[in-house]
Write a protein that binds this ligand. Structure first.
Ligand SMILES: [Zn+2]
Length: 115
């Protein structure tokens, strides 16, 4: 089936429309497709690590469990806490680099803090 996604931004509520039937895909279907693509890319990256670094599936599973517990809950999800200002300690708005209270720019400790 040929679906046309007019806008790849999930925040946009325009449905993808099948140009032949006029049927539209739900947000859930679009999300499922994006998830499957992400899984495919993750698996491709994993095969590089497995083949070139000799990392085993067991080591990967152990690492996933370890990282899953970082947020204090082994629930298959990683919820990073609210980032605090490195100078005044107040909660930082993730939309701004600078602290709204004191202007200090707290360096990013991990790329995953920026999502
Ligand atoms: Zn501050």
């Amino acid at each position: 089936m040929a679906f046309v996604n007019y806008n790849n931004n999930m925040a946009n509520q325009q449905p993808a429309v099948n140009i032949e039937t006029g049927a539209s895909k739900s947000d859930m279907e679009l999300l499922q497709e994006r998830f499957e693509k992400l899984k495919l890319v993750t698996m491709a990256l994993w095969t590089f690590l497995k083949d070139e670094k000799g990392i085993t599936e067991e080591a990967l599973i152990a690492r996933v469990k370890e990282i899953d517990s970082f947020d204090g809950s082994s629930d298959g999800k990683l919820k990073l806490g609210i980032k605090k200002c490195g100078k005044c300690g107040k909660a930082l708005n993730p939309k701004f680099e600078k602290c709204l209270y004191c202007g200090f720019v707290t360096p990013v400790g991990s790329i995953f803090e920026t999502f």
